[in-house]
Design a protein around this ligand. Structure first.
Ligand code: ADP
Ligand code: ZN
Ligand code: ZN
Length: 672
């Protein structure tokens, strides 16, 4: 048993770029000395207690009680070894700290479940029904599925890193490939992590995975309480749970002998964490896979352009599943909204198609990526629209209850009857949202059963899954929704998908607007005709837009041929890296001044030949949640040294400007 005191260097979750010294004093027979990678509870400041990560352990010479003149405090508690970061997860944490220019102590909370800031929520009871599908024993992989499976299994047998891009159209059998590879890993005594966007983690998906792997699988999702998260974590660390399924946070689970990491819907922007600590789970999955010799499978019907280029450059092994299992891809009709009668947002083509689905007893899915009833309340006399007092952007009218709501900060106010600017009574809703679409549908099809899936109908716990399950069980004829309806769901009875405004989103001030629109249209079109015939209608004001036409043709190559040259010419990812600095402050002038000072310092420091510095520019929404927003874009590859120099600049800036928040976002996914 140790009798000696130890000097520990500990990374703490505080925004300081250094570690902190603590002492460990053995206090009896039970004392097991801490090792590097252990998580410990330490006192911090006057009365805070925080969880820190041990990064070094040395003997402490007898009689030493201070370091650099500061009295050493004792570690309060060492967490169970189930929470220790082993060498691989420690490597990953260090890589993240370097690559994203974050203090290690701010990265460490990702690796343990009771992370500060995660609120414990009550347990959601869910009924898991058997996946209404083929018996796995009846599924023989097709030759196209066998290729990626064999490649992955070869790597597994050699315990070697390798990354596979599985580019398969919707319904082509990607999930079957993942499940086969995970089964092969389990058969070799290896574990797996299976990532999917939270929105795709439905009871159906989970039931399908559990049907294969039983008790060896556990899911992590936002409905778990802190205690339940801990149980999954401990089970994985002890080797009882061999497959962990979940959204990006599941990537950090301590799965033992990790053999495979699946990143399903790898293009999905939810893999990017857009708050502190900012990271991209797809990238980190590759790093973890490399560091422990695991196979990483990136799967999508619409891979991210960075992944596509990675495959072309030989970093990923491309395997394609160009055909659907059993059925063909649905035909897409592009309907020009100009020059036809558009009744309450519906063209005749769409109304006729919906009517025939109803008649045939099949379902329709309508996609409109705006919530609410009307986009804005606008005065027909003076033209003013009601804007949010915090954000300077138009507020959206909602009906039940009737109120105006700001979609950026959540501010609400009553929707008055007359114009607040000129007093005119010609103060009317204009534009539309899903809520209005639902009402208009009721008027068109009074006997149809209609459901709506959007942010507003899924506020209550469990309602998202309830609506999806009810629709999958054909308890409604029509489902209207925002992009929530587009993602990965399997609705066998849907014969028609209607997109009310296919060009929506193309005008977003973001260089990825075309990519996002193409992905979304492809995904939503893929919901039609999963079993039996299917058709898709894209209503649009821009019927000749090449992005819309490429999606309508289910032709990703055509889209790539359009988009990649543009990215290359403009020096955007995937050809050059991007970093973004966000600055937020309550006072406009001070925030702008700080942003300008920073841009000037960056221009002086960073080499102008390899690095382009854009800005500062005000955010597209210049003021959100009562804070003014500016951004600086850095185009080009930042070295590790340049990143840490930039991070240091931001810390100094925050110290100089009271109330200013500033952050560095490496590889941002949204730029505005
Ligand atoms: P994806 O993940 O690409 O959307 P899935 O793996 O969900 O596709 O497969 C779509 C449907 O085809 C599912 O019902 C699945 O059970 C079935 N399927 C997949 N592979 C095969 C196969 N080799 N033989 C028979 N059915 C299959
Ligand atoms: Zn007015
Ligand atoms: Zn607002």
């Amino acid at each position: 048993m140790p009798t000696e005191s130890l000097l520990l260097e500990i990374a703490l979750p505080v925004p300081l770029a250094r570690d902190f010294s603590y002492r460990f004093t053995p206090d009896g027979s039970e004392a097991v000395p801490p090792v590097v990678g252990d998580l410990v509870v330490v006192p911090f400041g006057r009365r805070r207690r925080v969880i820190g990560l041990v990064v070094s352990v040395q003997p402490l010479a007898p009689g030493v009680t201070t370091v650099d003149g500061v009295a050493l405090k004792d570690v309060a508690e060492i967490l169970d070894p189930a929470y220790r970061l082993g060498p691989v997860r420690m490597d990953v944490a260090r890589w993240m700290a370097d690559y994203y220019a974050l203090p290690l102590g701010e990265v460490a909370p990702l690796f343990h479940p009771p992370a500060p800031g995660t609120r414990a929520r009550p347990r959601r009871s869910r009924t898991e029904r058997a996946y209404p599908d083929l018996d796995p024993a009846d599924i023989r992989p097709t030759p196209q599925q066998k290729l990626p499976i064999d490649r992955a299994v070869r790597l597994l047998s050699q315990r070697e890193y390798g990354a596979i891009l599985l580019h398969g159209v919707t319904g082509s059998g990607k999930t079957e490939v993942y499940l086969a590879v995970i089964a092969a890993a389990l058969a070799r005594g290896l574990g797996a992590i299976y990532l999917l966007p939270e929105i795709a983690l439905t009871p159906q998906t989970l039931a399908r995975i559990k049907a294969r792997f039983g008790d060896e699988v556990a899911a992590i999702h936002s409905g778990l309480s802190a205690g339940e998260r801990c149980r999954v974590h401990e089970g994985a660390a002890r080797g009882e749970i061999k497959v962990v399924v979940g959204p990006r946070s599941a990537l950090f689970a301590p799965v033992r002998e990790l053999g495979v990491i699946v990143v399903d819907e790898e293009h999905d922007s939810s893999y990017k964490q857009d708050e502190k600590p900012r990271y991209h789970a797809r990238h980190v999955a590759l790093v973890r896979g490399r560091s422990c010799g695991a196979v990483v499978i990136l799967g999508s019907a619409t891979p991210d352009l960075e992944t596509v280029v990675g495959a072309r450059e030989g970093r990923f092994d491309l395997c394609s599943l160009p055909e659907r299992q059993g059925a063909g891809l649905p035909g897409v009709q592009v309907v020009d909204m100009r020059g036809t009668t558009v009744r309450e947002g519906f063209t005749d083509e769409l109304l006729t198609a919906m009517a025939s689905q109803l008649e045939a007893g099949r379902q329709s899915l309508l996609f409109y990526n705006r919530r609410g009833f009307a986009r804005v309340m606008q005065c027909s006399d003076c033209g003013e629209a009601v804007t949010c007092p915090n954000c300077d952007i138009a507020m959206t009218l909602h009906l039940r209850p009737r109120r105006l709501l700001c979609h950026y900060c959540g501010h609400t106010q009553p929707a008055g009857q007359s114009c607040p600017d000129c007093g005119s009574n010609a103060f009317l809703p204009s534009g539309g949202g899903t809520e209005k679409v639902e009402l208009n549908l009721l008027a068109q099809f009074p006997s149809a059963r209609i459901m709506r899936l959007d942010h507003d109908t899924t506020r209550r716990r469990g309602s998202y899954h309830r609506i999806l399950t009810a629709f999958a069980n054909h308890e409604a004829d029509i489902l209207v929704g925002t992009q929530m309806v587009a993602k990965g769901h399997h609705f066998p009875q849907v014969g028609l998908v209607g997109v009310l405004a296919a060009d929506d989103g193309l005008a977003m001030p973001d260089f990825r607007a075309s990519e996002r629109t193409f992905q979304l249209l492809t995904q939503v079109a893929g919901r039609a005709g999963r079993t039996g015939p299917g058709s898709v209608i894209f209503q649009t004001w821009r019927p000749e837009d090449p992005v819309i036409l490429a999606a309508a043709a289910h032709d990703p190559e055509r889209f790539l041929a359009l988009e990649l040259p543009v990215r290359e010419a403009l020096g955007y990812p995937p050809y050059r890296r991007l970093a973004r600095i966000g600055l937020l402050g309550r006072r406009m002038a001070a925030t702008r001044e700080a942003a300008e000072a920073l841009a000037e310092a960056l221009r002086a420091q960073l080499p102008s030949r390899s690095m382009q510095i854009l800005g500062p520019a005000p955010g597209v929404f210049e003021r959100l949640q009562d804070r003014y927003r500016f951004q600086i874009l850095l185009k080009g590859d930042l070295t590790r040294k340049q990143k840490s120099w930039t991070a240091q600049c931001l810390r100094e800036l925050k110290a100089a400007y009271k109330g200013l928040d500033a952050y560095l976002d490496i590889d941002p996914v949204a730029v505005f």
